[in-house]
Design a protein. Structure first.
Length: 299
């Protein structure tokens, strides 16, 4: 029983919040209150969470030597030695087979996307994460794949390219912020003459490069969202021209995230910000409520 608990911890359930991107097409398609389609999205969420959980088990098994040197990651079950790598990899085989069978029976396009996600992330774990910039883009592509899953499991939904574009740029921005905070932490440790084992791609970054890339992706995210809500085709689709009222929530969310990262030094773990910062979490809830209220109830 203790082994099962350690496996679940290693699958990082808190990180499964990323899989909520699967619901994006449902929300943006006027089908959110369709019980059958909502049920499909919920099932897809949990099945894909098994997939992403398996990837975390693989990552922790591959990165065990580096994680041992990390102040937080060293406490993870595999890095701490509480969970054997052989047991973790055996669990991966079971979880992938189980989830892939159910996903194939549910939707073949869902199966193809999930298979591509697994293959891409295995390459990422062993090689792609060592390549500067590409390491961040691969993570962003993973979020785009989540949105695509939401689109294919709900057959009545026509996936808008805007959703994919905004998802890609926004998650690239978050990934760059994460790298920036990791680099600052590593530099602080080096100043204290401490031995630091870190991701290899981080050695090819510097703060100047990251700050410029962050500025570009932040601006592009805002411009993309503003263009989206002002697009005449989108306004026709939702039968409203009031979506621009949601822009302040997006602006505040991005600015708040910058503040928490650059001033409060919290950007290394995006999910922790979501769970720990009340203003940021409330802002997201208000954005969702305002967006849903406008498109569904024409507020």
């Amino acid at each position: 029983m203790n082994t099962i608990k350690l496996i679940i911890i290693s699958m990082r359930p808190k990180q499964w919040i990323k899989n909520l991107f699967i619901f994006a097409p449902l929300i943006f398609s006027l089908h959110f209150f369709n019980s059958l389609e909502l049920k499909q999205a919920v099932i897809a969420f949990f099945l894909f969470s098994l997939i992403t959980g398996s990837i975390y088990l693989i990552n922790d098994s591959v990165d065990v030597k580096a994680d041992i040197q990390h102040p937080k990651k060293r406490k993870r079950p595999i890095a701490s030695g509480k969970l054997k790598i052989s047991v973790a990899l055996l669990s991966v085989c079971f979880l992938l087979i189980f989830s892939f069978v159910l996903i194939f029976l549910m939707n073949r396009y869902f199966f193809y996307i999930s298979l591509f996600y697994v293959v891409l992330n295995i390459f990422y774990s062993f090689y792609l994460k060592k390549i500067v910039i590409l390491d961040v883009l691969i993570i962003a592509i993973g979020f785009v794949l989540r949105v695509m899953i939401g689109g294919v499991v709900i057959k009545s939904v026509e996936l808008s390219p805007w959703i994919l574009i905004i998802t890609f740029i926004l998650t690239t921005f978050l990934g760059l912020m994460k790298r920036r905070q990791e680099l600052i932490r590593v530099n602080k440790l080096k100043k204290d003459n401490k031995v630091v084992e870190t991701r290899k791609s981080l050695k090819d970054y510097n703060l100047s490069l990251l700050d410029q890339l962050i500025s570009i992706t932040m601006a592009t995210t805002l411009i993309s969202y503003i263009t989206y809500v002002l697009d005449s085709k989108i306004q026709t689709k939702f039968h409203t021209d009031k979506l621009y009222f949601t822009i302040p929530f997006v602006v505040f969310g991005i600015f708040r995230y910058l503040y928490l990262s650059l001033v409060m030094d919290k950007g290394e773990s995006p999910e922790e910000i979501l769970f720990s910062d009340i203003p940021f979490a409330v802002n997201i809830i208000l954005w969702v409520l305002s967006f849903v209220g406008i498109i569904y109830y024409k507020i």
